[in-house]
Design a protein around this ligand. Structure first.
Ligand code: ADP
Ligand code: MG
Length: 265
């Protein structure tokens, strides 16, 4: 703890706080997530999993892990600071003015590359949403918040059926079926739709009608000026049956998407 000086509180959640810190002998700034550890030992491993999984993820579009340690009943995770903030905030700042198709695809490709990497490591993120996607000062996308992530095929992964933020939860999860890689793809579709419209695809005044809309896959169409490719992708991703949804690899192999890929490989 003595290694870091706290500069600012940048986020507060149910877990604890996100702090902007400086390392004593360096000039760079980092984010330090401070997570209160419960007294009961049985829940500890769930919280520690976030640090363990983030430490394993080494990719240009994933928030870089630096350090983690425990001190006085707290778990601390030190990571790269994304000065550009999160995508949800960015979209709010647009104040209704739609993004250019090129920027949408440039961001979406990077989010897909991060997800492809995670899935190749046999990890599911389970909380992909615009609030958990960050931008660095040079405009690079970084996927963060591995607090809900899990390792694929472990029986525990399936034990907990509800994960994530209601707007982004896929039909199979509402039907108590197991979370799988295509459930992350569904959430990717929600983010892509948000980038195109600045709105959630599935919105309602009550839980009941939200779940109904999601399970029927009924969402307002994209603005007509977007290219066919975006309309097509959204339609494919929002297939009710996870088996009919494309994998991240399939999404990245689409012609219009792959044109943007060469900038990031
Ligand atoms: P949770 O969603 O579990 O509360 P997050 O890891 O998403 O925790 O962090 C909470 C908030 O802290 C984020 O919404 C964001 O505002 C801020 N934050 C977290 N990590 C970073 C980061 N690496 N760079 C910039 N801001 C961050
Ligand atoms: Mg978060």
């Amino acid at each position: 703890m003595d290694t870091y000086t706290i500069l600012n509180v940048i986020g507060e959640g149910s877990f604890g706080r996100a702090l902007l810190v400086q390392c004593r002998n360096e000039s760079g700034t980092y984010v330090m997530k401070e997570i209160r550890l419960p007294k009961a030992d049985d829940k500890m491993h769930i919280l520690r999993k976030e640090a363990i999984l983030l430490a394993r993820m080494k990719h240009q579009n994933i928030v870089a892990f630096r350090d983690s340690f425990e001190d006085d009943g707290h778990l601390y995770i030190v990571m790269e600071y994304c000065a550009g903030g999160d995508l949800l905030q960015k979209l709010k700042w647009q104040k209704g003015s739609l993004l250019h198709e090129d920027l949408i695809l440039r961001w979406f490709v990077q989010i897909c590359l991060a997800t492809k990497y995670i899935h190749e490591q046999k990890v599911l993120h389970r909380d992909i949403k615009s609030k958990n996607i960050f931008l660095t000062s040079d405009g690079t996308i970084k996927l963060g918040d591995f607090g809900s992530a899990c390792i694929l095929n472990s029986s525990k992964a399936y034990a907990c059926s509800y994960v994530g933020t209601p707007y982004y939860v896929s039909p199979e999860i509402w039907e108590n079926k197991p979370y799988n890689n295509k459930s992350d793809v569904w959430a990717l579709g929600c983010v892509l739709y948000e980038l195109c419209t600045l709105k959630h695809p599935f919105q309602a005044n009550s839980w009941k009608s939200l779940i109904l809309k999601i399970c029927r896959g009924s969402y307002p169409p994209l603005p007509a000026h977007y290219p066919y490719e975006l309309h097509y992708l959204i339609k494919q991703i929002f297939k009710i049956n996870p088996k009919d949804r494309p994998s991240v690899n399939t999404i990245l192999s689409r012609h219009r998407i792959s044109r943007f890929l060469k900038n990031f490989l």
